[in-house]
Design a protein around this ligand. Structure first.
Ligand code: TXA
Ligand code: MG
Length: 462
């Protein structure tokens, strides 16, 4: 069995197109993934073979496998084997007191997990359903999807103790990414999986991000294209009264409040500098930090402010969201406009447009270039270079600017955020200016701002 060692590993990236794996067969067409289901693998497809390779690796190796979910890429291992779970912590450099989320592919798998080891699993209609009632409305509405729930851990448990780090609860989610679901199903074990970044770095939303952080540390990365949500799942605790949100994410507080028993759900996380004992253990660690300093702004950037905050810097990254279409670029009179924006091909395998960039929200001076992503129809705008000549007389007195326009739509902003921070870091910028959004907006805006506050050195209202 392969074990973690200090020798660099040969990290392979395997492309997998979910539409070429084979056919999914549901036992109950009403229940879909919440019921039992199976896959008829296509015998000829390399995508199916790659997915099977990854599932075998999870079963047989102690080195975790990186895989896409709809939120961010995860680093998965068999949650029932200690050696495999330890492999996650060592690959990421993650503090071992920060527990992991367990990913499941059906409710029967979850019920088995919540039943003490050595006793038969209970039927769903039994009055002693191990899934607490409070979660039933959430599960039927939001699973599979970006919602993680805390559940009571039975003793003795099937799970390796390293998953939960001796907490009485386990965090569980059923991802909606079809690749993630198929990987769990084929592995036939629950997958413990944190985000597949090196500890403290922004979560990865592409296979290239994972490779950047974990190359040489793991054997396999399944490349299913960019993640559609872009920020991690919402984590909720329904075992307390009132229930609380421990981490904001893809499912908003308003969506939760519309479910019976969740009308009074409270916010149990703090943004920014944290004090006291955090309820979600992971929230106390440094997170989402690129190497460059991040300055988070509210309000319209004008020439004076831009000059003030740029100071003596020579290379600046800018992440524009809802309003900064032009503002900062009016800094110099003779700036050369060399903006280009790449838009990945936005066709899903069924031919529907998914998450297309709102072109009207983009600077009309941008030249739009279409690039096809091989496997998924998800758009992630990339950084565009421009030079600002600050002084007409002196050609050397110039500022290099890398700009990423995420668009006005909050879902697009969430999807592109981590990727933007990582890309600007790779460009070697000294500082990243980020245009914040209103976190009271309701949907994923709170999740975006929560991550940005953890990444930013300062938050500035203009
Ligand atoms: O979208 C996601 O949730 C991604 C994908 C891969 O599924 N996963 C993810 O995992 O973000 P991770 O490990 O980066 O974050 C898990 C969060 C941490 O803040 C951790 O402290 C919290 O969930 N958590 C895990 N188990 C917990 C428990 N028993 N009680 C309280 N918080 C828990
Ligand atoms: Mg993480």
């Amino acid at each position: 069995m392969a074990r973690a060692s200090s020798q660099p590993r040969n990290t392979r990236v395997l492309k997998v197109d979910a539409s070429k794996i084979g056919q999914i067969v549901f036992n109950d067409p009403q229940q879909l993934f919440l019921g039992d289901w199976d896959i008829k693998l296509s015998g000829t497809s390399s995508d199916a073979a790659n997915l099977q390779d990854a599932a075998l690796h999870i079963r047989n190796s102690d080195i975790p496998v990186a895989f896409p979910t709809e939120t961010v890429y995860g680093l998965g291992a068999d949650a029932t084997r200690s050696a495999a779970v330890k492999g996650i912590y060592s690959a990421k450099g993650r503090p071992s007191d920060n527990p992991l989320i367990v990913h499941i592919s059906s409710l029967s798998q979850l019920r088995a997990l919540l039943t003490p080891r050595g006793t038969p699993a209970v039927a769903p209609e039994s009055s002693s359903d191990p899934i607490p009632q409070i979660y039933h409305p959430l599960i039927s509405r939001f699973w599979p999807g970006p919602l993680t729930i805390l559940l009571p851990l039975p003793t003795p448990s099937h799970l390796a103790p390293e998953v939960t780090n001796s907490l009485p609860t386990v965090a569980v989610r059923m991802p909606s990414s079809i690749l993630a679901l198929m990987l769990i199903h084929l592995s036939n074990v629950p997958l413990a999986a944190p985000s597949a970044n090196a500890s403290s770095k922004p979560s990865p939303t592409t296979a290239a991000h994972v490779l950047h952080d974990l190359s040489g540390r793991i054997d396999l990365i399944l490349d299913g294209g960019p993640c559609n949500v872009g920020v991690e799942s919402t984590v909720v605790d329904g075992l307390t009264k009132p229930p609380v949100i421990l981490r904001p994410g893809g499912i908003s507080i308003d969506m939760l409040r519309s479910c019976p028993g969740w009308e009074g759900v409270e916010v149990g996380y703090k943004d920014g500098a944290e004090t006291g004992v955090p309820r979600a253990p992971g929230m106390k660690y440094k997170h989402y930090s690129p190497n460059a300093r991040v300055l988070l702004f509210h309000g319209q950037m004008d020439t004076g402010s831009a000059r003030k905050y740029i100071g003596a810097k020579r290379t600046v990254g800018v992440v524009m969201t809802k309003r900064w279409q032009e503002g900062i670029w009016q800094l110099g009179n003779s700036m050369t406009k060399k903006h280009r924006i790449s838009i990945l091909n936005s066709h899903a395998s069924n031919g529907d447009e998914v998450g297309a960039v709102d072109r009207e929200a983009l600077n009309p001076e941008l030249e739009i270039v279409e690039e096809a992503h091989p496997s998924l129809g998800v758009n992630i705008p990339s950084a565009q270079y421009s030079q600002l000549h600050l002084n007409e007389e002196d050609d050397q007195d110039r500022l290099d600017v890398w700009t990423i326009a995420l668009g006005r739509d909050t879902a697009d902003i969430a999807r592109g955020l981590f990727s933007a921070l990582r890309e600007l870091d790779q460009k070697g910028v000294d500082v990243i200016f980020v245009e914040g959004i209103d976190d009271n907006e309701g949907d994923t805006a709170a999740a975006v701002m929560n991550r940005l506050r953890k990444a930013a050195e300062v938050e500035i209202t203009l």
